[in-house]
Design a protein around this ligand. Structure first.
Ligand SMILES: Cc1cc2nc3c(=O)[nH]c(=O)nc-3n(C[C@H](O)[C@H](O)[C@H](O)COP(=O)(O)O)c2cc1C
Length: 105
């Protein structure tokens, strides 16, 4: 039996990204969003989906915790021997995705 989530969708039309008001550094904007998420008590906003792909060309994604936002990037901790560690050693391209379920009033 299928499961239909269509009626569960929230509206994402209230907030908008205005090019005039975004800071030059994407990390400044990211910090502002993270601060808003923390203020709104979003549960673990610093948990991120981390996608990697090694030379086998098979993408993998998992959750890791963001430890730090610096001037030039984001920091997470992991074991170099892990699958993600090996993927990144083979191919440094990776992608992080945060889902900050913010309320815009
Ligand atoms: C909420 C949450 C936070 C996690 N944080 C980390 C983390 O910071 N670093 C990490 O290596 N694994 C973390 N894990 C475990 C990873 O999701 C993953 O299962 C594990 O690192 C093995 O991944 P890999 O085999 O793809 O390398 C976390 C899992 C959860 C559910």
């Amino acid at each position: 039996m299928s499961m239909d989530f269509t009626d569960q969708r929230l509206s994402y039309e209230k907030g908008e990204l205005d090019q005039q008001s975004v800071p030059t550094s994407p990390f400044e904007l990211f910090k502002a969003w993270m601060n808003e998420a923390l203020a709104q008590k979003v549960q673990e906003p610093y948990a991120m989906s981390l996608a990697t792909c090694g030379t086998d060309n098979k993408p993998s994604v998992r959750i890791v915790l963001l430890r730090e936002i610096t001037e030039t990037g984001i920091v997470f901790y992991t074991n170099y021997e892990s699958a993600k560690g090996q993927d990144i050693a083979e191919n440094p391209n990776a992608e992080a995705l945060f889902f900050l379920s913010l309320i815009h009033i």
